[in-house]
Design a binder for this molecule. Structure first.
Ligand SMILES: Nc1ncnc2c1ncn2[C@@H]1O[C@H](COP(=O)(O)OP(=O)(O)O)[C@@H](O)[C@H]1O
Ligand SMILES: Nc1ccn([C@@H]2O[C@H](COP(=O)(O)OP(=O)(O)O)[C@@H](O)[C@H]2O)c(=O)n1
Ligand SMILES: [Mg+2]
Length: 209
């Protein structure tokens, strides 16, 4: 009996060669702590962390022909066309020996979501959603100090708008499928990780990751 999910997994095996993967999407507003907690999850649960933003920034640095376009989009807080980001994610998945991935900061809009599903056939195990107020996220971004072109108040405001208008609908989509695990991301880093551990420990004990 082939369920819809099984059918999609078959497609994913075709497009990713023989590779079967477990994927968790890590979503949340800018500065909600996605990258910080992904590092913790990698250390404890053997996932590979793929940050869409990091892959795009590496693409700029590599001198790719898309570099200028990507840089301009990031500076404006806009979402880069899916084909660019999906290609980077797909290559990273195929080049990696691991079969468990945290995809951080993707999908960020409906176009990202639908195109990724269509192209890779990958259906996420679940979506880890970091819930945090804009006031707190703004404070964190202004203190992040990584020299990013988008961590200034003008771009931050644009990113918040894009998050509410384009990214939250993606979370709502997965909510309607019962796939969202919401985390109170306003708490201190160790407390947030304690809540995340509960989720990943139960996943590990079910043998799905
Ligand atoms: N729970 C937290 N409490 C306070 N500061 C945090 C917390 N989580 C992350 N930070 C800090 O906030 C900034 C943004 O975190 P980051 O993980 O880069 O967020 P994101 O990837 O969601 O944009 C970093 O400087 C990080 O050290
Ligand atoms: N799926 C994605 C992810 C990031 N990006 C771009 O990269 C920027 C930084 O993304 P990020 O995930 O590193 O940012 P944070 O949420 O970690 O602060 C976004 O504001 C977008 O301009 C994108 O276009 N598409
Ligand atoms: Mg990040």
């Amino acid at each position: 009996m082939g369920s819809a999910t099984e059918a999609t997994k078959d497609i994913s095996e075709n497009l990713l060669g023989d590779k079967k993967v477990t994927v968790v999407f890590v979503l949340g507003g800018p500065g909600s702590g996605k990258g910080t907690q992904c590092a913790n999850i990698v250390e404890h649960y053997g996932f590979t962390h793929l940050s869409a933003g990091d892959l795009l920034r590496a693409e700029i640095k590599s001198g790719s022909e898309n570099g200028t376009m990507i840089q301009n989009m990031i500076k404006e807080g806009k979402i880069v066309p899916s084909e660019v980001t999906i290609k980077l994610l797909q290559t990273a998945i195929l080049e990696n020996g691991n079969d468990k991935f945290l995809i951080d900061g993707f999908p960020r809009n409906e176009e990202n979501r639908a195109a990724f599903e269509r192209v890779t056939g990958i259906v996420p195990e679940f979506v880890l959603f970091f819930d945090c107020s804009e006031e707190e996220m703004e404070r964190r971004l202004l203190g992040r100090n990584q020299g990013r072109v988008d961590d200034n108040i003008e771009t931050i405001k644009k990113r918040f708008k894009v998050f509410v208008e384009s990214s939250l609908p993606v979370v709502e989509h997965y909510e309607s499928l019962g796939k969202v695990k919401r985390i109170d991301a306003a708490k201190p880093i160790p407390e947030v990780f304690e809540d995340i551990k509960v989720i990943f420990s139960s996943l590990a004990s079910k043998g799905t990751a």
